[in-house]
Design a protein around this ligand. Structure first.
Ligand code: WTA
Length: 635
């Protein structure tokens, strides 16, 4: 018997040891006992990090939607699979049962087929958090099309880049979306993007806000009439375990976003197994992850992981502050939420509002609280623990990445004693390593270094879409035979891990990964800008905010600096989206550079953090005087 559900610490250690000593036997047992395969695998694992190549369950055949939907129909047909909570508290919640989900996914899948979408085709999904988002994801998986969900807060330029990078054939979107008191005109963002996307033949449009929108003849169609006509029977496409399931873009420190490719069998096994254990999910629990399905957290822990376990997964369309900052607690009370999974940035924003709005609500249904996306600071951890969990619900601080597909380091609630700001112990099957500057592994406890993973796990991304070299360079070149995460971490005296933050040029703002290079590219598009450098600095709510150093061209004209600041942020909004706007913009005459022309971001970061005590040796810079000039004018 595999230990599918771990219940105490001794068992964790025992199962962990087994998963390390005999990984293949371990994962084979999990896969065999808890999932529905059309054909079993020939080989559990083959791997070579030097290529890098990783294959799990090769030779196996399955369809993930049969695991997430069909197999629950006999025992859980009327159970709520997706509990949709709309933006407005006045609009009733929608309980979509497993049976209804089955029908809706099949119909949607038939619509995709009728539009000519086949196995292996890429479909871009640009939707708000409405049921159609989860359903279209599953409909793609049903027919073996590769979904590429783009978070609906990204701009038209960012959307076009992603559509073109993966040669999508179709876009699924909506007329618009509700976000708190605002409505957003999504369809016109799609229209703008598609000016630059020759590969898109068709656009399916869900109706959400019932606004008047332009529909391009021959390309755009309303979704509902097509669904009404479609058959509710759609045989699941038989997929190989290593067939791609989806592409999801994440920011890199340089260049274009990276289309991380996740495959089917291993991803399913690992997300389901982590979901069950990290949230100690039991039948009849009501699980709520507040992330957007546009991010990996939503893919793995709103859609696939929960549904593979036959869970009830809440999907919330709105924002934590609408109609007031008590909305989360209202929803917890209303649906008797048992597991609540959110981001530190949301916790900090809510903590600022005080506890009155919490005390009005009955949160006694809660059993487990989760945190994801960025390091959780001690103050936020305690606020969450004391006021939301009433010191009764363990906090699982889950560390993982788009690239890892599933949770990698996390306490198991009621099993692992928690410690504020620590993600604690590696999950079953995960072999972390901390590396020093010289590339040696740091053994033993009480060490700090760069976080790598030494052995494959089932849900790791297999490549970057059409760019395997970049995959290799980014993740497998820094340290031989190891996956490099881009994060720093320390291991304390008992072996608990604490993630200390990114060690590359990715900055996490409100839990969203942003690369400095694309932001600088957007700034440099401004006609008055000659050069720029962006760094992060600590922010009370967002965790990090962005600080831009900008050199303006000398055109002889006088300019209103505040106008230029606004225009620069406008440029960023157009090229990436409002999440990447700068909080501070300092105009400068130069940037600190090495003699080879590399910007010394370390110095700029320190100045942005108002920590200029120890800038190190600046005498070897190309232009050492510029540092003092920047310090003198720092914001
Ligand atoms: C950061 C989100 C500290 C980390 C699932 C990682 C965290 C990046 C935590 C991935 C955590 C995520 N503690 N840092 N619990 N969770 N991170 O790809 O820097 O959006 O590399 O995946 O977020 O962000 P991504």
């Amino acid at each position: 018997m595999s230990n599918y559900h771990i219940k105490h610490l001794e068992e964790y250690y025992q199962v962990y040891r087994k998963s390390i000593r005999e990984p293949e036997n371990f994962w084979e047992e999990v896969a065999e006992e808890h999932f529905m395969w059309r054909k079993k695998w020939d080989t559990v694992l083959s791997w070579d990090f030097s290529k890098p190549e990783v294959k799990w369950f090769e030779g196996a055949q399955l369809n993930i939607t049969e695991n997430c939907i069909d197999r629950h129909l006999t025992t859980r047909g009327d159970k709520t699979a997706i509990l949709f909570e709309p933006n407005s508290p006045d609009e009733p919640a929608e309980h979509i049962s497993y049976k209804q989900l089955h029908t809706r996914v099949n119909k949607f899948a038939n619509v995709l087929k009728a539009k000519g979408i086949k196995k292996g085709d890429r479909v871009c999904i640009y939707l708000p958090m409405i049921p159609e988002l989860a359903i279209s994801v599953l409909a793609c998986a049903r027919i073996g099309a590769i979904h590429s969900v783009v978070f609906a807060g990204f701009s038209s330029t960012a959307l076009a880049t992603r559509i073109n990078d993966s040669d999508c054939k179709m876009v699924i979107t909506s007329d618009g979306s509700y976000r708190g008191a605002k409505t957003i005109d999504l369809k016109s963002i799609v229209d703008d993007a598609l000016e630059d996307c020759p590969g898109i033949d068709s656009v399916l449009v869900a109706k959400r806000i019932h606004s008047e929108i332009a529909m391009k003849a021959g390309r755009d169609e309303w979704l509902q009439p097509l669904l009404d006509e479609a058959s509710s029977v759609c045989e699941a496409e038989i997929m190989n375990a290593e067939d791609p399931l989806f592409i999801l873009y994440t920011s890199g420190s340089t260049g274009k976003p990276k289309g991380m490719v996740h495959t089917t069998g291993g991803y399913m096994v690992y997300t389901a197994y982590t979901f069950k254990n990290v949230f100690q999910y039991r039948e009849n629990d009501v699980y709520w992850c507040t992330a957007d399905i546009g991010w990996i957290t939503g893919h793995s822990y709103i859609v696939y992981g929960p549904l593979a376990n036959g869970a009830t997964s809440v999907m919330f369309e709105g924002v934590p502050s609408y109609p007031d900052f008590g909305r989360f607690w209202e929803i917890v009370e209303k649906h008797k939420v048992t597991q609540f999974y959110t981001a530190p940035t949301a916790i900090r924003a809510l903590a600022k509002e005080g506890v009155d709005l919490i005390e009005k609500r009955d949160l006694s249904s809660l059993k487990v609280l989760g945190s994801v996306g960025e390091p959780i600071n001690e103050e936020a951890w305690h606020w969450y623990n004391d006021n939301v969990g009433k010191k009764n619900s363990p906090i699982v601080d889950t560390w993982w990445q788009t690239e890892t597909g599933g949770i990698m380091i996390s306490p198991i609630p009621f099993v692992t004693p928690t410690k504020p700001t620590y993600a604690t112990l590696p999950f079953i099957g995960i072999q972390p390593a901390l590396m020093d500057e010289a590339g040696e592994e740091l053994k033993g406890n009480q060490v700090e270094g760069r976080l790598c993973i030494k052995f494959p796990w089932p849900s790791m991304a297999r490549t970057i879409w059409k760019n395997h070299e970049r995959y290799k360079d980014t993740y497998f070149s820094a340290y031989e035979n190891k996956y490099f995460t881009g994060d720093g971490a320390l291991r304390d005296e008992v072996g608990y891990y604490r993630i200390t933050g990114r060690v590359d040029d990715v900055i996490i703002v409100s839990g969203h990964n942003l690369g400095t290079a694309p932001i600088e590219d957007a700034i440099n598009e401004h006609p008055a800008v000659s050069e720029s450098a962006v760094v992060g600095f600590p922010h009370d709510i967002k965790g990090n905010a962005l600080y831009g150093y900008v050199i303006l061209k000398d055109t002889g004209e006088s300019r209103d600096q505040n106008n230029v600041r606004k225009e620069i942020n406008q440029m960023i909004t157009e090229h990436i989206g409002p999440i990447a706007k700068l909080d501070k913009i300092q105009f400068t005459v130069g940037l600190p550079k090495t003699r080879s022309g590399k910007i010394m971001r370390r110095i700029l970061r320190k100045i942005a953090c108002k920590d200029v005590s120890n800038l190190g040796d600046t005498s070897t810079l190309l232009d050492p005087e510029v540092v003092q000039e920047i310090i003198d004018n720092a914001l």
